[in-house]
Design a protein around this ligand. Structure first.
Ligand code: ADP
Ligand code: MG
Length: 291
């Protein structure tokens, strides 16, 4: 990547912490009318922490945590890190996991002490697999803006774990500035509707596309493009890479994964959304000066 500053000859872009892949990026930046924002790690810090462990009737809280923590310890996902770290804090050492599997956008599975354990998306389990008390507990946790995952073994959901992160203080300011620039912000996430809506409302985004599988994020960008929009996408994760590449302007958080940065046209070194606003302003101003 070369610094945005190259384009206006002052190095101003680089000083602001904006890296771009080439001068042609300037043109797409200027034409953008829609900006799709990933939730976790982009609008929020992405540093999740364990909030609550809810066992189903007859199951010990510690058992849910012990099994889930051991499996999640093998995953790099922010949810996994929150659960593994939270387990270590509460129970000490984590157990061994065998036959570990990770399904992007769904969750993880593995064998702990001979028990096959699954941790992941609650929506992959049917209502019959969830007891009424767990359904109610889930709703309550989501209303508190937590992301809830299910912990299942031996054919049933044995408990829920709620994790949450914080919204970056800069996100609401950035969204309001993006709107002033005439851009239409959309929140895109694999997380559930309730949490997505709450986060969107808190930062001033009116449109939400939630519960999207990683492989479908790109298709959502394409749909917007086919409707005639010039689309910027801001993301940080491996699961955002294809969408970042598809977007007319892919913007990666410098605090995110290398894969996301490699797929992008622009990287915000500090991972701060207000810098995306600066980039768009700079691009518009620079082109005006050239013309
Ligand atoms: P986002 O778009 O918010 O970055 P992902 O696409 O990575 O989210 O994940 C979507 C959903 O899949 C999560 O909200 C969670 O329910 C589930 N999930 C993914 N990875 C894991 C994991 N390691 N442990 C538990 N649940 C997971
Ligand atoms: Mg993310």
């Amino acid at each position: 990547a070369t610094p945005l500053g190259l384009m206006n000859g002052t190095g101003r872009g680089a000083k602001q912490g904006i890296l771009i892949s080439g001068p042609e990026v300037l043109e797409s930046t200027r034409r953008v009318d829609t900006i799709v924002l990933d939730k976790t790690g982009t609008v929020t810090t992405g540093e999740l922490s364990l909030q609550e462990v809810i066992p189903s009737a007859g199951v010990a809280t510690e058992e849910v945590l012990r099994l889930a923590g051991a499996v999640e310890n093998a995953s790099e996902h922010p949810i996994a890190r929150a659960i593994a770290d939270g387990t270590r804090e509460r129970l000490g050492e984590l157990g061994e996991v065998e036959d570990f599997h990770n399904t992007a956008g769904h969750g993880v599975a593995g064998v702990v002490d001979g028990i096959r354990v699954t941790v992941g998306r609650v929506s992959q389990f049917s209502d019959e697999e969830l007891t009424a008390d767990l359904v109610a507990a889930r709703r309550e946790a989501e209303r508190n803006r937590s992301t809830v995952v299910a912990v299942a073994w031996e054919g049933a959901v044995r408990g829920l774990i709620a994790v949450a992160d914080t919204i970056k203080p800069s996100s609401a300011v950035a969204v309001s500035e993006l709107k002033k620039l005439g851009l239409r912000p959309i929140l895109l996430t694999g997380d559930n509707q309730t949490v997505a809506q709450i986060v969107a409302r808190e930062v001033g985004i009116d449109e939400v596309i939630a519960e999207v599988m990683p492989e479908d994020k790109m298709a959502k960008i394409k749909e917007l493009q086919e409707a005639g929009h010039v689309v910027a996408m801001v993301g940080d994760g491996i699961n955002d890479a294809a969408a970042l590449a598809q977007a007319d302007l892919g913007i990666a958080m410098g605090t995110g994964t290398d894969v996301a940065m490699a797929a992008s046209d622009m990287t915000l070194v500090r991972g701060d959304l207000t810098v995306a606003v600066t980039a768009i302003r700079l691009a518009r101003r620079t082109l005006r000066n050239i013309k």
